[in-house]
Design a protein around this ligand. Structure first.
Ligand code: HEC
Ligand code: HEC
Length: 371
């Protein structure tokens, strides 16, 4: 299957546009002559497309023109083939600027830039905002590269198989390219300029494209369900910095990663520190396990670090942020999980994974909820 719009197709489409303009009619029904100067109606039509093919194209596109192009091209090239015009009328290369968080400035992750642009092309404003919010929230807690992408690489399912080993996985609680890349480099000990880091971002690009497609397919089938909720620490900081009081900032990113806590009483409140700090990094098996409905997780960290402790379901989705990328001092800690997700809904019986990150350390334990 040829992903690129061929020169022939392009000339054909351009000819159709020219003919439409000459005849004074709308091109393929999508043109309207609004006085605002807008030439095509929006949003463009969405049809169900294959998320796994999107993952493979995202990975391939990353190596062609970077993360932003990769994610955008994966989605839009699939829609080009399924829907045809108007998707076939626009080059996908124009998204290249988003690579490395906008020409390597390290701002918004380029894979998100590409995916959010594609989403906003084919969804109404309300749907684009809802899906976009969910995508960014998912990104903050997702382990990249995903298990699926690691497996694709080993099985040589990708179309570019230059690197076929499993790569270490990390999450960083932020949609920023800078935080995402730096956290992964520190954690994995691979260099930013190395082929492993490139491959990691290639797999991530595929993962972002695939998840965006999944969310849009769900929306099409009226099965969209938002899983992400704003972390408690953001809600807490915004009680004073939000519109009700000081109204001097805006954002949903986890505040403590960059600012610490000047109030000394920010969540999580369920964590208690021992007086005698453990010297080693440890994540103990939860107790009790199996559990119903609540369980306790103990861990210790040897030095100050940004910590996250996240519960993932069997599909690898972050369902509960017990600790959301907060600054912790050296010591031993205890967190209780009440078997509820971020939306405060009780989760069903089954296997869950608790993943602890602290600087260069990470560990996962398996939890069984038996109701
Ligand atoms: C109880 C209300 C309240 C809460 C909750 C709160 N702040 Fe503040 N914050 C303030 C006030 C008041 C100031 C201004 C302090 C001053 O001017 O001395 C401030 C100032 C700041 C500043 C400006 C730098 C400074 O120290 O003057 C930052 C950054 C900040 N807060 C971040 C946060 C973060 C992050 C959180 C959540 C962990 C948070 N705040 C929670 C009331 C609050
Ligand atoms: C990715 C890092 C980052 C995150 C996350 C972040 N901020 Fe900031 N914030 C900054 C930077 C950088 C500045 C500007 C430099 C400064 O004064 O610290 C700033 C400035 C501020 C200021 C004004 C500080 C001043 O000195 O006047 C406030 C208040 C603030 N942030 C609150 C928040 C709150 C509340 C959150 C969470 C919703 C948050 N920030 C999340 C990086 C961040």
């Amino acid at each position: 299957m040829n992903e690129q719009i061929t020169r022939h197709q392009f000339i054909r489409n351009s000819a159709k546009i020219a003919a439409g303009i000459a005849a004074g009619v709308g091109v393929m029904g999508a043109m309207s002559s609004k006085s605002s100067g807008q030439t095509t109606s929006w949003p463009w039509p969405y049809a169900e497309i294959d998320a796994e093919e999107g993952r493979i194209r995202g990975h391939l596109g990353y190596y062609a023109r970077g993360c932003s192009y990769g994610a955008y091209h994966a989605i839009v090239s699939l829609l080009s083939e399924k829907v045809g015009a108007p998707y076939t009328t626009m080059p996908t290369e124009f998204l290249e600027w988003g690579r490395g968080g906008a020409w390597s400035w390290g701002t918004l992750c380029g894979a998100l830039t590409g995916a959010l642009t594609a989403i906003n092309l084919c969804q109404t404003k309300a749907a684009a905002e809802k899906i976009g919010n969910e995508l960014i929230g998912w990104y903050c807690g997702a382990l990249f590269p995903s298990d699926v992408s690691n497996q694709y690489a080993v099985a040589k399912t990708f179309r570019d198989n230059r690197y076929d080993k499993t790569l270490p996985q990390s999450s960083c609680g932020s949609p920023l390219c800078h935080a995402s890349v730096s956290t992964w480099c520190t954690f994995s000990k691979f260099k930013r300029g190395g082929s492993e880091r490139s491959e990691r971002c290639g797999r991530l690009t595929g993962d972002v494209a695939a998840y965006s497609i999944k969310l849009m397919n769900d929306e099409l089938k009226q099965q969209f369900k938002a899983l992400y909720t704003t972390p408690a620490v953001v809600t807490y900081c915004m009680t004073c910095h939000g519109p009700a009081l000081r109204d001097d900032t805006l954002g949903k990113m986890t505040c403590r990663v960059c600012h610490g806590d000047h109030t000394g009483s920010a969540p999580p409140t369920s964590v208690t520190a021992d007086q005698l700090p453990d010297a080693a990094f440890k994540l103990h098996q939860n107790y009790p396990n199996p559990f119903n409905p609540s369980t306790t997780i103990r861990f210790s960290i040897p030095k100050d670090a940004i910590v996250s402790l996240i519960i993932y379901d069997i599909h690898g989705r972050a369902i509960k942020n017990l600790i959301s990328y907060e600054d912790y001092g050296r010591g031993s800690f205890e967190v209780h999980w009440d078997g509820r997700d971020n939306a405060n809904q009780a989760v069903p019986s089954g296997t869950y994974f608790a993943h602890l990150f602290a600087g260069t350390h990470s560990k996962t334990i398996k939890l069984s909820l038996n109701k």
